[in-house]
Design a binder for this molecule. Structure first.
Ligand code: IVH
Length: 682
C-alpha cells in the first residue's frame, strides 16, 4: 500500500512539474514568436522542451492536447472537411483613390444618426489568407479557412503548427475568457521565409511559388501538418467576433494582444477621414521595410455599436473598406531574351527590356523563370510588357499588353543548344528546367568556380567573377583544384593585378584550405546540395572518405535528405573526373573532415546574446554570426538590457550608443575571436 502511495506521489509531482513547464514554455514561445523579444537562448528553451517530453513519455495518458509538444499532432484528413462558420466571414470592398475613401466616409455618416461620433481604426492589409479560429474556454478547438464565407475548410491540424497562434489563450490572473471566442485574422508567410522556401524548391528542381500569399495558401493546405510546420507561417489577428468583441474595435485588438496573439504594431485610431488619408500616405512609406507583404490599408469604424447599425451588404460590411495601393508596375518593350547557363547547367531566361523607371529604380532586365512561364504568358520578342516588382524585390514580367501587338512580334525560340558550348539541351520529366547536357560545359566551370569561391562556400576574398573569368581566359585555371596551384608570377600576369592583390588572393586561397568539409561540400556545387544539406552530410559522415563509401540507402535514411538528394550525391561522387578533382583538392591540402562544434558549454559565448554592429575588419557578418551560433550564442539584431555582448566594428552607430548607455559589454573583432578560442576577455 505504502509503495503504491509512493508511486502516486511521484506521478503527482511529475505531472505538476509538467504543468509548470508548459506554462513556462508557452511564456517563452510568446516572447520569441509574438513579441520577437526572447529572454532565454534556444538551447535553454530546448532543455525545457526535452524535460517536458521526458515526463510526457513516462505518463503518455496525461498529455493534454494543448501541450506545446503537441503542435504537430493529429493528422489532417485525406481531405479537408467542410465547416460552417459561426458567423459569415465577411470580405471587404475595395477603394483605389482618396475620392473613393471620402465617398465611403460620406456613406458611413449618412447611415448613422447625425450625432454619432465616428472614429476609424487604420490597419495594414496583410497579403495572406483569412482564417477563423474558434476557442472554447480558452482552448483552440477549430480553425477554418474562409471558403465561400459561409462554409470553410477545416485546417485545425495545420493551424496548430503556427507558433504565433496560441493553443491556449493567455489569461491574466483573476480574469476569465468568454466560453466561446471567434478570432479572425490573416495567415501569411514572412518574406524571408518565402524566399528561403523558393530557394530550397529551386535547388530541388521543384516549381517556385509566385508570391508569399500563394506560398502561405499552399502551405496551409498540406495534408501532412509536418510540412506546414516546416514552412514558417505566421498569423496576425485583426478581428474579434460576437461574444468576445469589445465596445470598440481598437479595444478588441488590445484584447487580442493580451490573449497572446500577434496584432499589427502599425494600427492606429484616427478621428476623421483626413487623418485616415494621412495614415495611408505614411504607411505607404513604411510598408516596403516590413517583414511581410501588404497590399493596402483597411479602414474600420471603431465603435462596434455603430458597426452594427451600419450592417453589411452581401459579403461586405458597410463599416469597413480596403484601400489598395496602386501596384508598382510599368510598361516597356521586351527587346530580347537572354538565356544564361547557371552553375548547375540550367538555362535561365531573362527578359532584356527597354530601360524603364519602376518605383525609384531603372529596370532593364526581369526574370522569366523558365520555358513554362514564357509559354503560359505567351510572351513574344518585341511585345509591350507590364512589369512589376514581385514581393517588392525582384522585377518580374506580369503580362503582355496584347492589345498593343503590331504583328511584328516574334515567337520565342526555346534554345535546343547550350548558348555557351553548343551541346544539346534536355528537359527531364516533370522538371521545368532546361539543362545543358555537356558535363564539361565552360559555363558550368565558370559559374561553378564563381560559386566555389563565394562567401558562403569557400569564401575566397579578392576572387570575384572578373578574376575567375580572367584566370580561365588566361588558361591558368580550369577547375577548383587549379586555383590551389596558382603561383604568384601567374597571378601577376593578369590585367589590373598588382602585388598587393596577388598576395591577398594567395593568402585567401591558403586560408580557405582550413575550411571544414561542410563548406567544401557546398562549394562543389553538387545538385540539390545547398548549404544546409552540405552541413547535414558533413555532420553525419565526418569525413570525405566516409562519404565516398556511403550507399544511397544510407544517405536517404538521413533526416532532411530524400532519395533525390541521395541519388544526386552518389552520382556526383561516382564520376571519375569528380573523384579526380577531390583527390587533387586533398593533395593541395584542403581539409576533408568535419569536427562537430565541440562541447559548447565551455565557451564564454554559450547561452549569451550577441549583437553585431558596424563593419568588422576581417569577418563578414554572416560568417561572424555562424561562428557565434556555433559557440551556442544567440545572435540578435537589436540591443537591449538582455544583450550580453556587442561586437562593434567600423562605423558602428546607434546600437553601440545604446550598448554604452545600457552598460552592455562592447568588444571588438579581435576580442571576439580570442574569446571564441576559449580565452575570456574579462
Ligand atoms: S477585416 C469584416 N482587416 O483582406 C472584416 N481584413 O479583401 C473583414 N485582410 O478577407 C476583414 N488584412 O483576408 C481585415 N487588417 C485586416 C486585413 C484583412 C488583410 C484580408 C482578409 C479579408 C480580405 C478582404
Amino acid at each position: 500500500m505504502a509503495e503504491i502511495d509512493l508511486f502516486a506521489d511521484e506521478k503527482t509531482q511529475a505531472l505538476a512539474e509538467a504543468a509548470d513547464l508548459r506554462q513556462e514554455i508557452r511564456h517563452h514561445e510568446y516572447l520569441y514568436y509574438v513579441l520577437d523579444a526572447p529572454e532565454i537562448t534556444d538551447s535553454e528553451y530546448d532543455r525545457l522542451m526535452v524535460r517536458l517530453r521526458e515526463i510526457e513519455a513516462a505518463y503518455p495518458d496525461s498529455v493534454p492536447a494543448d501541450s506545446p509538444t503537441q503542435r504537430v499532432g493529429g493528422r489532417a484528413d485525406s481531405q479537408f472537411t467542410e465547416v460552417r462558420h459561426l458567423e459569415p466571414l465577411l470580405s471587404l470592398s475595395n477603394a483605389f483613390s482618396a475620392e473613393e475613401l471620402r465617398a465611403f466616409d460620406e456613406r458611413v455618416k449618412s447611415g448613422l444618426p447625425a450625432d454619432a461620433k465616428v472614429e476609424y481604426v487604420m490597419e495594414p492589409k496583410i497579403d495572406g489568407l483569412a482564417c477563423s479560429l474558434i476557442y472554447e474556454n480558452g482552448k483552440l478547438v477549430r480553425a477554418a479557412t474562409r471558403g465561400d464565407g459561409i462554409v470553410g475548410e477545416n485546417v485545425t491540424a495545420n493551424v496548430r503548427t503556427i507558433r504565433t497562434i496560441p493553443l491556449v489563450l493567455k489569461v491574466p490572473e483573476g480574469e476569465t475568457v468568454p466560453e466561446l471566442l471567434d478570432v479572425r485574422g490573416e495567415v501569411y508567410m514572412p518574406r524571408q521565409a518565402f524566399m528561403r522556401l523558393n530557394e530550397e524548391r529551386a535547388e530541388r528542381g521543384e516549381s517556385e511559388f509566385a508570391n508569399p500569399r500563394n506560398a502561405a495558401a499552399g502551405s496551409l493546405r498540406q495534408l501532412d501538418p509536418q510540412v506546414t510546420a516546416s514552412r514558417s507561417l505566421s498569423f496576425f489577428a485583426y478581428y474579434l467576433v460576437g461574444e468576445g468583441a469589445k465596445a470598440n474595435h481598437s479595444d478588441s485588438l488590445a484584447t487580442l494582444a493580451k490573449y497572446g496573439f500577434k496584432v499589427s504594431e502599425n494600427y492606429q485610431v484616427v478621428p476623421n477621414i483626413d487623418d485616415a488619408l494621412q495614415y495611408i500616405e505614411d504607411f505607404n512609406q513604411k510598408r516596403a521595410s516590413l517583414a511581410y507583404d501588404t497590399d493596402g490599408a483597411v479602414i474600420k469604424v471603431n465603435n462596434v455599436h455603430l458597426q452594427q447599425l451600419l450592417g453589411a451588404t452581401g459579403k461586405d460590411p458597410r463599416w469597413a473598406i480596403a484601400y489598395k495601393y496602386p501596384p508598382e508596375q510599368a510598361e516597356t518593350t521586351l527587346e530580347d531574351i537572354d538565356w544564361r547557363v547557371g552553375r548547375t547547367g540550367v538555362l535561365t531566361p531573362t527578359a532584356v527590356l527597354t530601360p524603364v523607371k519602376l518605383s525609384g529604380s531603372v529596370i532593364s532586365r526581369a526574370t522569366l523563370h523558365n520555358e513554362d512561364f514564357i509559354k503560359a504568358k505567351d510572351i513574344r520578342i518585341g511585345d509591350r510588357v507590364i512589369i512589376n516588382k514581385a514581393g517588392e524585390i525582384i522585377p518580374e514580367v506580369l503580362r503582355v499588353a496584347v492589345d498593343k501587338r503590331t504583328g511584328a512580334e516574334k515567337p520565342v525560340v526555346i534554345p535546343d543548344k547550350c548558348p555557351e558550348c553548343g551541346w544539346s539541351v534536355e528537359r527531364k520529366g516533370a522538371e521545368a528546367a532546361i539543362r545543358c547536357t555537356n558535363p564539361h560545359c565552360p559555363a558550368l566551370g565558370r559559374e561553378g568556380l564563381i560559386h566555389f569561391v563565394s562567401r558562403d562556400a569557400m569564401n575566397i576574398d579578392g576572387c570575384g567573377p572578373s578574376v575567375i573569368n580572367a584566370l580561365m581566359d588566361a588558361g591558368l585555371v580550369r577547375d577548383a583544384a587549379d586555383l590551389y596551384n596558382l603561383q604568384k608570377e601567374d597571378v601577376l600576369k593578369l590585367d589590373r593585378m598588382g602585388e598587393k592583390s596577388a598576395d591577398k588572393l594567395l593568402a585567401a586561397l591558403e586560408a580557405s584550405k582550413a575550411n571544414e568539409l561542410d563548406k567544401l561540400l557546398f562549394a562543389l556545387g553538387i545538385r540539390h546540395v545547398g548549404a544546409k544539406v552540405a552541413r547535414t552530410l558533413a555532420t553525419e559522415f565526418g569525413s570525405m572518405e566516409r562519404l565516398l563509401e556511403a550507399q544511397p540507402e544510407q544517405l536517404a535514411a538521413i533526416r532532411d535528405i530524400g532519395d533525390k538528394i541521395a541519388e544526386s550525391v552518389v552520382t556526383w561522387l561516382s564520376v571519375p573526373t569528380n573523384r579526380d578533382l577531390l583527390e587533387r583538392l586533398a593533395a593541395a591540402g584542403l581539409t576533408m573532415t568535419f569536427t562537430a562544434p565541440a562541447s559548447q558549454e565551455d565557451n564564454p559565448f554559450f547561452g549569451k546574446t550577441i549583437v553585431f554592429t558596424g563593419t568588422l575588419p576581417t569577418l563578414g557578418r554572416a560568417e561572424a554570426k555562424t561562428m557565434a551560433q556555433d559557440a551556442g550564442a544567440k545572435v540578435s539584431g537589436s540591443v537591449s538590457k538582455k544583450t550580453d555582448y556587442v561586437v562593434a566594428g567600423e562605423e558602428a552607430g546607434s546600437k553601440l550608443d545604446k550598448a554604452n548607455a545600457l552598460g552592455v559589454k562592447v568588444i571588438d573583432e579581435a576580442e571576439f575571436l580570442q574569446m571564441l578560442k576559449g580565452d575570456d576577455a574579462e
